[in-house]
Design a protein around this ligand. Structure first.
Ligand code: NAD
Length: 503
């Protein structure tokens, strides 16, 4: 097989230079290197910003009618290429094909939301605010904006950002994860095919060098970031210190609280789906299962029955329900929590290192595998509980009461997602009100908001004031302006040095 070579997309075309630095791209199901990705230098990022700056001048003035025509065309093209995008994601990330197609669908919903941009940008108008004076508000694009995205959703997370940004009249520079960079280039080609002018959407690949170049460039007005908490904090602090608007979404440790009256079969199905789907590499994955007495033992038994039936294997194999982890070092780090967890007093109920891998290809022996794992009796001081593991390790924490469960949830430094399972509407309602978390599910384990609401956590899961997509996303990528206008009556006039007051 010929190794692929992934490079930048700047000004509507593939970059043709020779990179000074490159990274390897892996197939996580075999552990083999399948290609390389060019890493952008500061100069290459400067070229992308220059192309975007030029394009933004015209794009920001392009009519809403023309912009939406291009958005609708892009939506159709992405829909038509869903399988191709999903295949690129599976090949580099490892998630199973249906899961990869699912993330493209959720990303498409944001494109569909952005197709309504004429309505979203509508301002207000007040006639005769003072005698002969009218007032109205408009929202205008920022210019050049950038998005820096993580490995776990190589299509969906960029699509949280660029549809509203571009629809609002900005030019966009995407710096995707270097671990699975291919989907971003197919998206760039689809934009070009949809008729987006050159330079409005650009992709620079790379690492900290590219990120720092974007954060320091004076012509980048705003940065959206999604990734781990330490880097989110760094991006927020560095970007805002340079006068940029920044929304930086960080890591998570999502709890699922199971109250004694819950339907335990429903709760066990949900815990397995949300804990092990995408190998736990989802920012909304459940990683702490808070079992309120006395449901713990029964819940653990039900989870064990279900996990025993899960098929782990390559994402390209239709039998697989869960794929490998993204890299070897990440797999090793996640697996290390099984030992750390036990050393801190937990019991290892399911050891994912023993889970069979179902694969026809012998090459799968070297994949980055770790099966679904379950730690029970995890205490709040256990590293398996305090750290974001970001893998298929579910920790069961026993709580004595609703109040104990709530204090665990609110004691977490993270505040991305949370779920409560109960048949008591009053308890659920109280929990929704009392939990300090950005996205809450009631008998729904992964409460990812629809595109017309906004996605974002609280506390160390988000640095900045606005969440992504929905109206908050459109506000992030635009600036408000209020106009007060008077068309003079020929009879009116005269100097007045007093402060304007209404008459
Ligand atoms: P990461 O923080 O390692 O990388 C994210 C991006 O930052 C990548 O583009 C990467 O190239 C860049 N980056 C990495 N190190 C950097 C550095 N030192 N300086 C500047 N840039 C750097 O995250 P990841 O491993 O790709 O993704 C997993 C993380 O993302 C998890 O913590 C997960 O919770 C989080 N995540 C959060 C959300 C959310 O909505 N809150 C969504 C998806 C993923």
């Amino acid at each position: 097989m010929t190794a692929k070579h992934i490079t930048h997309w700047i000004g509507g075309k593939t970059w043709t230079g020779t990179a000074e630095r490159r990274g390897d791209i892996y197939d996580p199901s075999t552990g083999q290197v399948t290609g390389t990705v060019d890493f952008a230098s500061t100069e290459i990022v400067d070229d992308a910003v220059a192309a975007a700056t030029e394009a933004a001048k015209t794009w920001g003035r392009t009519s809403l009618a023309k912009r939406t025509t291009i958005l609708f065309a892009f939506r159709e093209l992405v829909r038509g290429h869903t399988s191709e995008l999903a295949a690129l994601i599976t090949a580099e990330h490892g998630k199973v094909a249906s899961d990869a197609a699912g993330e493209v669908t959720r990303g498409l919903e944001v494109v569909e939301f952005a197709c309504g941009i004429p309505h979203l940008l509508k301002g207000g108008f007040s006639e005769n605010v003072s005698t002969g004076v009218d007032s109205y508000s408009i929202r205008q694009p920022l210019g050049v904006v950038a998005g820096i995205t993580p490995f776990n959703f190589p299509a969906m997370v960029p699509m949280w950002m660029f549809p509203p940004a571009i629809a609002s009249g900005n030019a966009f520079i995407l710096k995707p994860s270097e671990k699975d960079p291919s989907a971003s280039l197919l998206l760039a080609r689809l934009w070009a095919e949809a008729g987006l002018p050159d330079g409005v959407f650009n992709v620079v690949h790379g690492d900290k060098v590219a990120v720092d170049a974007l954060l320091h460039h004076p012509d980048v007005a705003a940065v959206s970031f999604v990734g781990s908490t330490p880097i989110a904090r760094y991006v927020y602090e560095t970007g805002t210190a340079r006068g940029k608007r920044v929304q930086a979404l960080g890591g998570a440790k999502n709890h699922m609280v199971v109250l004694p009256d819950a339907d335990l079969d429903l709760a066990a199905d949900a815990a397995v789906s949300a804990g092990y789907g995408s190998a736990g590499e989802r920012c909304m994955a459940i990683s702490a299962l808070v079992a309120v007495d006395p449901v713990g033992d029964a819940l653990v038994e039900k989870i064990k029955e279900r996990v025993a039936k899960l098929t782990v294997g390559p994402g390209t194999d239709e039998r697989s329900e869960m794929g490998p982890l993204v890299t070897g070092p990440h797999r090793d780090k996640v697996a290390s929590y099984l030992e750390t967890g036990v050393a801190h007093g937990a019991t290892l109920e399911i050891d994912g290192r023993d889970h069979p891998v179902t694969a026809d290809d012998a090459a799968a022996a070297n994949g980055f595998w770790l099966g679904p794992s379950l730690l029970d009796h995890v205490t709040p001081d256990n590293a398996a509980y305090t750290d974001e593991i970001f893998g298929p390790v579910l920790s069961v924490v026993r709580a004595k009461s609703y109040a104990d469960a709530l204090s665990l949830v609110n004691g977490s430094p993270y505040g991305n997602g949370v779920a409560i399972f109960t048949n008591d509407g009053g308890a659920a309602r109280r929990f929704v009100s009392e939990c300090q978390i950005g996205m809450v599910g009631v008998n729904v384990p992964i409460p990812v908001p629809m595109s017309y609401y906004s996605f974002g956590g609280w506390k160390a899961s988000l640095f900045g004031d606005t969440h992504v997509h929905g109206t908050e996303g459109v506000h992030f990528y635009t600036r408000g302006k209020v106009v007060t206008s008077r068309w003079l009556d020929p009879s009116h006039g005269g100097v007045n040095l007093g402060f304007p007051v209404n008459s």
